[in-house]
Design a protein around this ligand. Structure first.
Ligand SMILES: Cc1ncc(COP(=O)(O)O)c(C=O)c1O
Length: 382
């Protein structure tokens, strides 16, 4: 049986074979612990980690000592938000974030609320962008952190990081961004964008799962962070635990390849995305979710009127692997909190499709996917 066409690249991406090749020697021949300083096995592993750290730092215009390896963006977000809250609580107990953030940002914020912190969850406009005036108005004398994601995982919308960074810096408030979906897909610079903390992950950019990093600014300002994992004191005490060289090498290789191919891939994916949208938008009652151009190149998110959301996903399953934003929580299916924040009705939020086009998708696949989606929608409307 033929597998459905994979168009769910915001959930995860396939490992690039070039990444796998770079990783393999670190599972077998160079298996050492990078913290073993007394022999060649440790030195080889440490050299690979050092080089990877340099590649990742350069990718975001940081310096290598500012990269803290984690198990992914969930852990990086938790470390940034809880770590800052714990380190700065004597200065203030107010945080600002956005309603459309990933749960790995929203849930740590809710946890902090349970400890007595106060959190402002900014709304978004109907295109998914925050209103900078509203951000400015949300600051209080006790605000210690602003957390706004770089690229949304459902609608792909790119928030104006440089403007947000400038606003935060002018008020002396730390700025964290969850760049899980953005790294090596759009240009990122912690200097130009005045970002103090940035969460990264490898598996959305053709790298391995289970590895990510938190960028933590060391100068102007030097960010204080309370560790959330205690132990051997790795990562300058900010994140204990033996480093995992194969994953780290794979992460760096994935980012390096992504940046090398960024321009050509951006153009190619925009072309594929627009081609798919042209087809789908010929049907009546199909709506684009999120800003039409200020979004990730490979992202297309639509809502479909007059169909049942679950029947739609079920009908698409044999043809294309996609997802909708709806999530199960407490055994109840909830409409996507992102689409709800855009003002979509519950019915349209349920009947949504998130297409995540990636490096390995071809024009022929996009055409087959478009045809299949149209046929499914039409049959459900009969
Ligand atoms: C925006 C965003 N943040 C955080 C995460 C979590 O990343 P990880 O799977 O590396 O923990 C994801 C992935 O699902 C994401 O899309």
């Amino acid at each position: 049986m033929q597998r459905p066409i994979y168009l769910d690249c915001h959930a995860t991406t396939p490992l690039d074979p070039r990444v796998l090749e770079a990783m393999l020697p670190y599972f077998t021949e160079h298996f050492g612990n990078p913290a073993s300083t007394t022999h060649a096995y440790g030195w080889a592993a440490e050299a690979a980690v050092k080089q990877s750290r340099e590649v990742l730092a350069e990718a975001i215009a940081a310096s290598p000592e500012e990269i803290v390896f984690t198990s992914g963006a969930t852990e990086a977000n938790n470390l940034a938000i809880k770590g800052v809250a714990e380190a700065y609580f004597s200065r203030g107990r107010h945080l600002i974030t956005v309603q459309t953030e990933h749960s790995a940002v929203l849930d740590p914020c809710c946890y902090l609320q349970s400890l007595g912190f106060e959190v402002t969850f900014l709304p978004v406009q109907s295109d998914g962008l925050i209103n900078l005036k509203q951000l400015e108005q949300a600051f209080r004398p006790d605000t210690i952190l602003v957390s706004v994601m770089a690229a949304n995982n459902e609608i792909g919308v790119l928030q104006p990081l440089a403007e947000i960074g400038a606003i935060c810096r002018s008020r002396g408030v730390l700025f964290h961004t969850d760049a899980a979906q953005a790294i090596a897909k759009i240009p990122l610079s912690v200097e130009a964008m005045q970002i103090d903390l940035m969460s990264l992950t490898a598996h959305k950019v053709y790298g391995p799962k289970g590895i990510g990093a938190l960028y933590v600014r060391r100068r102007q300002p030097r960010v204080q962070l309370a560790a959330q994992l205690h132990g051997g004191g790795q990562e300058r005490g900010m994140r204990s635990g033996t480093l995992y060289p194969p994953q780290i090498v794979g992460f760096a290789k994935a980012v390096e390849l992504g940046l090398a191919e960024l321009e050509t891939e951006t153009q190619r994916q925009i072309q594929l995305r627009d081609r798919l949208w042209q087809r789908l938008s010929q049907l009546p009652g199909v709506y684009l979710n999120g800003h039409p151009t200020q979004r990730l190149p490979g992202n297309l998110n639509i809502s479909v009127a007059d169909v049942d959301g679950q029947a739609l996903l079920l009908g698409l399953q044999p043809i294309i692997a996609v997802s909708s934003g709806s999530a199960c929580s407490a055994a109840k299916i909830e409409p996507s909190h992102v689409l709800s924040a855009l003002g979509r009705s519950e019915k349209l939020a349920f009947a949504s499709i998130r297409f995540g086009i990636g490096r390995f998708n071809t024009e022929a696949e996009i055409d087959r996917a478009g045809k299949g989606a149209i046929a499914t929608i039409q049959s459900l409307r009969l």
